[in-house]
Write a protein that binds this ligand. Sequence first.
Ligand SMILES: *Cc1c(COP(=O)(O)O)cnc(C)c1O
Length: 302
Amino acid sequence: MQELQITDISIDSIENQLTLQKRLHLAILRLDKIHPIVSGNKWFKLQYYLREATEKGYQTLLTFGGAYSNHIAATAYAAKAHGFNAIGVIRGEQPQQWSHTLQEASAQGMRLTFLPRNEFAQIKRNASAKWIEQRFGKVYAIPEGGYGKLGKHGAADILRIADTSIYTHFVSAVGTGTTVAGILQASGANQHVSGISVMKNNFGLADEIQKLSDSPELPEFRLIHDYHFGGYARYSTELLDFMNNFYRTTHIPLDFVYTAKMMFGVFDLIRNDYYPPGSVILAIHTGGLQGNESLPPGRLLF
Ligand SMILES: *Cc1c(COP(=O)(O)O)cnc(C)c1O
């Protein structure tokens, strides 16, 4: 996606009493700085889908997502930047009040259609190419969340934008698992990958990640299910306080759906000696800051 600059990305070191006491290094890869809307991992996951759509001569992109989906927001923006029409198939009945995400996507020119939840689940599950064509004509369909091999190949590029060979551990928030699958693909033999699931008890994830692998033997990785805070897009006062504290000490904004749960988890894992002394940990800030717009105003310092 040539219109978007990746030159702003930085790796910021996070040093505090805890990291010093446990004698390890923690840094955060700031993919949130790529772009306010096509932020973070969504930029990487979309790039090869966009390329294929262009190569195959499609004029319209279609994708799926919920009313607060970063993937919907990112696809709407990227489609416009690349001269595609865009259709967003949104899970659930049309709400009376559109979320910030939906308003933004629509402002970018994305046409939104709403599908009742059971229908949405069915269409997605059967990846119904025929249903899509009957209803929308010739469109290039991108799976929900960018899940798929092209998405994974795009996510693998995350570890190639800087020298990441010094890290012993990578950690990322996990939704569909596409990003972690890419990181696993690009990581070296002595680099350990963990994913922090933001959904409650989403134990099918390991299989979903395995399906994206090109080889039957995936490197060992760990999915952690302890930091979902009640489930997808759920939050507590503790989580929001954590985000404010983190911002106060690092000046790094987090989003409450993904990256806050990851960083909260990372500190807790460090406290519990998950990482051996001497570890050099890279946490991936996957962006998603637009999601904070759906929080009550005034709750965050940033
Ligand atoms: C979508 C998203 C994720 C999850 O990525 P997957 O590839 O679906 O696992 C993580 N962080 C942020 C900020 C996201 O928007």
